[in-house]
Design a protein around this ligand. Structure first.
Ligand code: NI
Length: 192
């Protein structure tokens, strides 16, 4: 397997709408190898997720995996390794929450973003089987962040209060405690 280069903010590939994959393309050995590389790259960078356009391949495919010990996001509830192909996200309520996000394509920056608290996620898995799940709370936020990448959106676009922008070090110092408290309440209310 190969570690892939992660596109940083300013790369045009992050700003285009990625295209759908056909079932035949998904089944192709090249695509399956690419999915393995995408997952390995996500794990190597300690990401909670990684979308194909972030590694310079503008197709509608992303991987999500939150392990209990993720050093970037220790407060996130675990999400098993999930590959989404051609995903569609539908909010199931109007309720939103303030999610403090970072991104492997935006070095050393976090900011507060509104996300729907309860969504439906429909997609194929890496073998073309149907996925149809509901996600809540921080987990719903993770799905929305990754799927945004497939439409050319980066979390910084959605930061409505620029005073919430913070380096990771300063986030740890000044924002983490309050956010983890809010996130813990959200996890308890909505589950993972
Ligand atoms: Ni991202």
């Amino acid at each position: 397997m190969t570690l892939l280069k992660i596109a940083q903010l300013g790369e045009p590939v992050l700003r285009q709408r990625s295209r759908d994959l056909t079932r035949a393309e998904l089944a192709a050995p090249d695509t399956q190898r690419f999915i393995d590389d995408l997952i390995e790259t996500m794990h190597d960078a300690d990401g909670a997720g990684l979308a194909a356009p972030q590694v310079f391949r503008p197709v509608r495919l992303c991987a999500i995996h939150v392990r209990g010990n993720n050093p970037r996001y220790p407060y996130k509830p675990p999400i098993p390794l999930t590959v989404l192909v051609n995903p569609v996200i539908t909010p199931l309520s109007d309720e939103q929450f303030d999610n403090e996000e970072g991104c492997l394509s935006v070095a050393d920056l976090r900011g507060s973003v509104k996300r729907y608290v309860h969504v439906r996620v429909q997609a194929w898995d890496r073998h073309g089987a149907e996925i149809d799940v509901e996600a809540k709370g921080l987990t719903a936020g993770t799905y929305q962040h990754e799927c945004d990448h497939l439409d050319g959106h980066v979390f910084v676009d959605r930061v409505t209060d620029p005073t919430t922008f913070s380096t990771w070090k300063n986030w740890e110092r000044h924002r983490k405690a309050a956010f983890v408290e809010r996130a813990t309440a959200l996890v308890q209310k909505w589950g993972g």
